[in-house]
Write a protein that binds this ligand. Sequence first.
Ligand code: GRF
Length: 208
Amino acid sequence: MTVNIGVLVSGEGTNLQAINDSVESGKIANGTISVVISNKPDAPALKRAEKNGIDTLYIDPTNYKGRRWEYDQLTLKALQAHGVTSENGLVVNAGYMRILSPEFVRNFWMREMNIHPSLLPAFPGLDAPKEALEYGVKITGCTVHFVDEGVDTGPVILQEALSVLENDTVETLTNRIHEVEHRLYPEAVKLFTERKLLVEGRRVKVLL
Ligand code: GRF
């Protein structure tokens, strides 16, 4: 059965693009992107999705300050209307700049992923590549993880490391991390849609 994927975005959408390319090329054969939802009206990710013929939706957060779950319910309903359900859906956070309410997260428990530009648990939250550079680590990378109630704290699905170079700037390091992300995120989505991810507590086994 095809997994209906809902992608939550706020920005460029390069990860969305990478995942959709994998769907179109047949690399992700058991999943389809049903809807792309943004909390920013001008997110380039929305344009990308439209170009790819995917349904898009902007949900205005202006009147929902301090009412996170009420806002998230609009997202939840839109996802459900596109077949992205807690039975047969996958929610993919791809540069989504909102922290989701515990109620939303519990609804998609171990059915929602995020990608983060560091080797978690190092450098959670915003500006991870900058923090890695400032700290002076020699190795960083990116992490795909399931979403739990914390910020960047859920069970790790895939990680890939890369070296920090002596002459790296925030920009060059971010760009190299992005290249890795565009490989890693589609791979994680593919494994999920093939039902090859087995979550045991904090550990995610990849079934081969
Ligand atoms: C990525 O670097 C990801 O790690 C972080 O947000 C960025 C999204 O980039 N969570 P894009 O919108 O997919 O281009």
